[in-house]
Write a protein that binds this ligand. Structure first.
Ligand code: MG
Length: 158
């Protein structure tokens, strides 16, 4: 078994959509990013890649590559899953913590789970999702950033 850890932080500004796990949770305030800024998917990809001891998302999908501009992170996730599964692993579970001050997002979790499950070839019951605020502290608490943490467990296919 192999454990992986991923973390991603993005600056939040007015006038962009906020995507989390392929689901739009705000039309008003969203992440600044080279790709579509889906912070949750970025943390998830880094956890998967980390568990397989592969280079991280920034190395795999560099900002310097124009084809990654505005790119759908779910499409990148599928690519990562194929790489990791191709190395002889399968995913046992993932657990995610979304940290943001506003808007409340937990009512989007069933939709996020439904979006991620087929991309991960994983049952929705193995996708943990939690949301927390930073109690007004730091950039997340001030509403200037969104941060997502993810751990995952890979098992070697027998
Ligand atoms: Mg990112």
């Amino acid at each position: 078994m192999r454990v992986g850890l991923g973390r991603d932080v993005h600056r939040v500004v007015l006038g962009r959509r906020l995507l989390l796990g392929g689901v739009c949770v705000s039309e008003e305030r969203g992440c600044v990013a080279h790709s579509d800024g889906d912070c949750l998917v970025h943390a998830l990809m880094d956890a998967l890649l980390g568990a397989a001891a592969l280079p991280n998302v920034g190395v795999l999908f560099p900002c310097s590559d124009e084809k990654n501009r505005g790119r759908d992170s779910c499409e990148m996730l599928r690519e990562v899953v194929e790489i990791v599964y191709g190395r002889g692993f399968r995913l046992a579970n993932v657990d995610l913590v979304v940290q943001l001050e506003t808007p409340p997002v937990s009512h989007f979790f069933p939709m996020i789970r439904d979006r991620l499950a087929p991309l991960l070839d994983l049952d929705g019951s193995a996708i943990g999702l939690k949301a927390t605020t930073a109690e007004g502290l730091g950039p997340v608490g001030g509403g200037e950033a969104v941060e997502v943490l993810c751990v995952c467990l890979l098992e070697e296919k027998v």
